[in-house]
Ligand binder design. Sequence first.
Ligand code: FE
Length: 240
Amino acid sequence: MDEKQEPGKVNGITRRGFIAAASALAMASTTGGWLRSASAAGSIELPRLPYPENALEPVISAKTIGFHYGKHHQGYVTNANKLIAGTDLQDMPLEKIVQATAGKADKAGIFNNAAQVWNHTFYWKSLSPKGGGKPPAALLKKMEASFGSLDSCLKELASAAATQFGSGWAWLVQAGDALKVVKTPNAENPMTQGMKPLLTIDVWEHAYYLDYQNRRPDYVAAVLDKLVNWEFAAENFAKA
Ligand code: FE
């Protein structure tokens, strides 16, 4: 303990305050975890990153993930919670908020922030330190039926990601009976148009600029080669 520590204080917190904080933490662990408690000001939470910040190196640096997750994703969570506070959207599940505000000009701020929370959570899961390679058999078969081959599907994804003008996302989706590749601008999400997302790649500059500067196609190629999480896409496909 610090020699200057005041009596009755632990790291500047009074003992009473410390006990209150400790019991709040204990309660949080029985009601869904610390993150739920940490974002108690609103119903939208910043989910845990599924891997350490440096786990995607060398394709995506820890520095990029640190900003992307810790500043951008967190920022969307904070803004979305502020914007829904006191409205009828306050206690809705995130996906419902996205659906309820899509295409509504007077709800654009809420949509943009809520959809960006959803999109980023989905993006982290779309990547894996052990990604790349071949998709599981059932998904691969469907990809071959829809695109002709895995390679054609990868080319379409790479092209969609490279050609999305400005900020946005490239997606592998299930649309009716087939798989498709689509791209969306800004915070848009294909689920608002009745499609089921299986996988996404963030092509906002904040996703790659520190590591690749203006070379977006190199970032996309490396992600598709080394990080893309086919297991996650296959889980979503199985639920579609
Ligand atoms: Fe992003």
